[in-house]
Design a protein around this ligand. Structure first.
Ligand SMILES: Cc1ncc(COP(=O)(O)O)c(C=O)c1O
Length: 407
């Protein structure tokens, strides 16, 4: 793994925030996780603003806290959930969530049988090949109501006649004719109903176009993203048209936090997904066009002072998924002026933080960190303390706190 980035402070670190957080949480014993409701609310409004009237679907994996998901979904501009597993979607539906699309194909036979046994369902499952349809048919047999299905389309950019392939390795369906033939297979089968189409452009939505300290890479990324967005807008429109010639579509989904403007501008897209932008994790510091406020943080206690310029906190090794590079590490956020140690990174049981600010830390003080990604932080904490200005106003369970572990 490459060493952690040598940042002396997390962007957006504001000493006023530290005082406020400290006042709010002084009775708590770290480790604990907080969500700053002011920042969370501002981030939500900014996502809605960026969507310019296109409804947003909430990526639940990027929140993983039912109470916060409900809060977002009851606000203007949001409609429906993009769930990450079928068991999660079944659970959310049993809690009253409506309009759930499972973003990834499922081969969970028990969950499929439960879905198929329902008379009505607010859940749409994802497929991108006939083999998945066969699998589900074999697992569930005849059902009272057709299963709602969404077609996942590859949104990658393939320049040089396909010799270069940029984007996530997801669906094998890429062309209008491939999409139309899969749609035809769905509508011709008993027990299925085509509900929607999704194409997620990870190379735009999830890759910051201004990586810190790498201006040349930033230039290249922006060029790739511009060309990719142009190619995708045209191809997505053709795909939607060819699928609509087979059967009506209730929704066409695309995008993510990093691509809201470009995706929502496409006429063929009826909704855009977003989630990460609510918590504002560090991977989303690297975009030029928007800057979420850091809303989700975790506090760890200083437990020792090995030498001058170093304070060591308990725990901290909460790495984000993805390529194993330094950007996946958590970042010391407050007090500002702290950085991780290049040798030790963020440790399983302890994490040294370095810098002049470390000298001012005493045993028992807290260091607030930001996670690199959004919802994964919630797999480490069973509750979130919701902070309004300088008060904890509510304590809400994460998925983990509700005993729910989906991935
Ligand atoms: C299918 C899909 N849509 C959208 C997103 C974007 O979510 P977020 O806004 O949390 O980055 C993701 C993230 O991985 C995804 O897998």
């Amino acid at each position: 793994m490459s060493p952690p980035p040598d940042r002396s402070a997390s962007p957006g670190a504001n000493p006023g925030d530290l005082e406020r957080l400290e006042r709010a949480t002084r009775e708590l014993d770290p480790p604990f996780a907080v969500v700053d409701l002011g920042a969370f609310g501002d981030n939500g409004h900014d996502l809605v603003r960026r969507a310019s009237g296109t409804p947003l679907r909430l990526a639940s994996k990027s929140v993983r806290c039912r109470a916060l998901q409900q809060r977002v979904l009851s606000s203007e501009g949001w409609r429906g959930t993009l769930a990450f597993t079928l068991p999660e979607a079944l659970w959310l539906a049993s809690c009253g969530f409506e309009d759930l699309v499972v973003a990834y194909p499922t081969v969970d036979r028990g969950a499929l049988r439960e879905l198929a046994s329902r008379e009505t369902s607010a859940i749409t499952i994802m497929i991108d090949c006939v083999e998945q349809l066969d699998f589900v048919d074999a697992a569930v047999g005849r059902r009272p109501t057709p299963l709602r299905v969404c077609l996942d389309i590859d949104a990658g950019w393939w320049p040089m006649a396909g010799r270069v392939r940029i984007g996530a390795k997801r669906s094998p369906v890429r062309s209008p004719s491939q999409a139309a033939s899969l749609a035809t297979e769905v509508v011709q089968r008993e027990g299925w109903r085509l509900a929607g189409l999704m194409a997620y452009e990870a190379q735009i939505a999830g890759v910051g176009d201004a990586p810190p300290g790498r201006p040349v890479r930033g230039l290249a990324l922006r060029a790739v993203q511009r060309l990719s967005a142009t190619e995708l807008a045209e191809r997505r429109a053709e795909i939607v048209e060819s699928v609509r010639a087979v059967a009506p579509l209730e929704f066409v989904n695309g995008g993510g936090t990093g691509s809201i403007e470009t995706t929502s501008r496409e006429e063929s897209v009826t909704e855009v997904t977003a989630g990460s932008g609510l918590y504002g994790p560090t991977l989303f510091d690297a975009y030029r066009g928007f800057r979420p406020r850091p809303a989700a943080m975790f506090a760890l206690p200083v437990v020792r002072k090995p030498r001058s310029g170093v304070a060591t906190v308990l725990g901290g090794g909460y790495l984000a998924s993805g390529p194993g590079d330094g950007a996946r590490l958590p970042t010391p956020h407050l007090p500002s002026g702290l950085r991780l140690d290049r040798q030790e990174g963020a440790g399983e049981v302890q994490t040294p933080v370095l810098g002049r600010a470390a000298d001012a830390l005493r045993v028992g003080d807290r260091v607030y960190f930001r996670h690199a990604k959004a919802g994964e932080m919630c797999e480490r904490f069973d509750r979130l303390y919701l902070v309004d200005r300088d008060r904890v106003v509510e304590e809400v369970p994460t998925y983990r706190g509700e005993g729910r572990c989906f991935l």
